[in-house]
Write a protein that binds this ligand. Structure first.
Ligand code: 5GP
Ligand code: MG
Ligand code: MG
Length: 184
């Protein structure tokens, strides 16, 4: 599939599976009795986090519910500006709920800081973040991310939900894109 487009496999399917199990175990420790106020609420940011979110939900030994948000961040296709617009909001009120934001990747962290500020104003009982991937830039941030799957180099990656111009989300692993795809 996508022959010649993927330069290298950065994180294999097996590595993703193992890491998801590890993260699920760590997250479950944070909610020892589940989330009594109506189950832990996973909030996924469309579309990149969908595969991670569904795999994480199945790996978690506590009951969870799922909500999705879609946001658009003004900027180029490979970087964000921090100016965020809601394309699809949550369907439910999260006041009093234990909320876990599930992210695919944190780069500048601008999207995530905005999201944390936005969801905080809705008075959840607790608000935490798990991300599968984190780039070097994000470690400079003040944003508190409770669980990180992999710290990766500053390269553009695709697969397992992550796209380039809406393609490659369906790859089961995370890889780097061959420069020829960019028109190089
Ligand atoms: P941030 O606001 O942290 O700079 O950007 C976060 C968003 O930018 C991610 O949710 C993702 O949509 C996009 N993004 C950042 N880095 C990458 C990358 O390496 N590959 C892909 N496909 N998207 C990325
Ligand atoms: Mg994201
Ligand atoms: Mg994208």
């Amino acid at each position: 599939m996508y022959e010649g487009d993927i330069a290298s496999v950065l994180i294999s399917e097996e590595q993703i599976r193992d890491k998801t199990a590890e993260l699920a175990a760590a997250i479950a420790e944070r909610y020892p009795n589940g989330a009594p106020e109506g189950d832990l609420l996973l909030v996924g940011v469309l579309k990149g986090a969908i595969f991670f979110m569904t795999d994480l939900a199945r790996a978690l030994p506590i009951p969870t519910q799922m909500e999705f948000m879609a946001v658009s961040s003004y900027g180029s296709s490979t970087s964000s500006s921090g100016v965020v617009r809601i394309l699809k909001d949550l369907d439910k009120d999260i006041a009093g709920r234990h909320v876990l934001i599930v992210e695919d990747i944190i780069d500048s962290g601008l999207t995530l800081s905005w999201l944390i500020r936005n969801l905080s104003t809705r008075n959840p009982a607790s608000l935490e973040v798990v991300t599968l991937l984190r780039k070097p830039e994000a470690t400079k941030l003040e944003v508190d991310v409770a669980w990180v799957g992999f710290d990766i180099p500053n390269e553009f990656v695709v697969g397992y939900g992550l796209d380039y111009a809406e393609r490659y989300r369906d790859l089961p692993y995370i890889g780097t894109l061959d420069p020829s795809v960019y028109g190089g």
